[in-house]
Design a protein around this ligand. Structure first.
Ligand code: HEM
Length: 275
């Protein structure tokens, strides 16, 4: 429980928090509806499809969540363009405040492995760690690959006007297998990195509250903390504690998402082993 005198700082603005909630809801929806189609030969696939109102309802919901995906993706691209115009190309696409992967990330990745092996200190992370940048770009290429192939499956007649038929068959395989990879990655590695690692267990609520405490900022992102202090910007991002209901909603929403995700992964592994 944070002490009375705890100081809070903004990490994520409302805009990004809303977009991330759209990511969670749509991804869970796409994974559940998609996997019920992919594993329709399994009892649990049939059950899942039945829970969602049957195959036709699942197909409709899949397309609905796909629209949400394209919407948040478009809104995020608009945000990048806005930052580019407001802060300039260099600040948006390079430097410690940018989420672009940079040389320091490779260096810190090796340093972190050494730290895990007890052979050196933990790297001094800045605003975004190398694994956070990886997760961010995973969504970019995921939406590009799964989204484009999904559109081919949605509008096969339209795409058949200019794509050879074989590519439409290939789109089914790429969509299905990349979806499996995305589900496996998000529901294990992303969940572990953000919620289940010892420093954060059982859950990191920052994406819902948008705030970190001074202690978290200092310990987890020391390079960012030092930069903020040195530039006098720390006070500018100071805020108050999030409302009680936000923590409650974060706990309920977060646990629901993690539980659904982990159960889905277990069922997929079971299906792949059982054949
Ligand atoms: C974001 C844009 C997406 C679009 C436009 C899209 C579209 C589609 C369409 C049209 C189908 C065929 C469904 C049918 O038979 O009626 C499909 C199947 C499927 N989708 Fe998506 N989808 C998207 C994202 C995703 C995501 C993010 C996942 C999983 C994480 C996913 C998983 C699947 C799976 C597993 C299937 C079944 C493939 C099979 O039969 O093997 N989709 N998708």
């Amino acid at each position: 429980m944070p002490a009375e005198s705890t100081r809070y700082f903004v990490r994520f603005r409302l805009y990004h928090r809303i977009l991330h909630i759209m990511v969670i809801v749509s991804f869970l929806g796409l994974a559940l509806t998609g996997m019920s189609l992919k594993f329709s030969g399994q009892d649990w696939g049939v059950w899942l499809s039945w829970v969602m109102g049957g195959p036709m309802a699942s197909r409709f919901l899949h397309r609905l969540f796909a629209v949400v995906t394209f919407l948040y993706f478009g809104l995020h691209v608009l945000w990048i363009i806005r930052s580019w115009i407001k802060d300039g190309f260099k600040k948006t696409f390079w430097g410690p405040d940018s989420i672009m992967p940079q040389f320091i990330d490779i260096k810190q990745m090796f340093q972190n492995v050494k730290y895990f092996l007890g052979k050196g200190p933990q790297p001094k992370f800045d605003k975004y760690t190398y694994w956070e940048k990886f997760d961010y770009f995973a969504v970019f290429w995921g939406v590009a690959i799964i989204g484009s192939t999904g559109l081919v499956l949605w509008f096969p007649v339209l795409f058949a006007h200019f794509l050879p038929g074989i590519l439409i068959n290939a789109a089914v395989i790429v969509h299905s297998d990349e979806a499996l990879l995305a589900v496996g990655f998000i529901f294990t590695i992303h969940f572990f990195n953000t919620h289940l690692r010892p420093e954060k267990f059982p859950m990191d609520k920052v994406i819902f509250t948008g705030r970190v405490t001074e202690e978290e900022l200092k310990n987890e992102r020391p390079a960012e903390y030092e930069r903020l202090v040195a530039s006098g910007r720390l006070e500018k991002i100071e805020t108050t504690e999030a409302k009680h209901w936000v923590y409650t909603a974060a706990r309920i929403g977060g646990f629901t998402a993690v539980t659904i995700g982990l159960i889905l992964v277990i069922m997929i592994i079971y299906a792949l082993i059982a054949g």
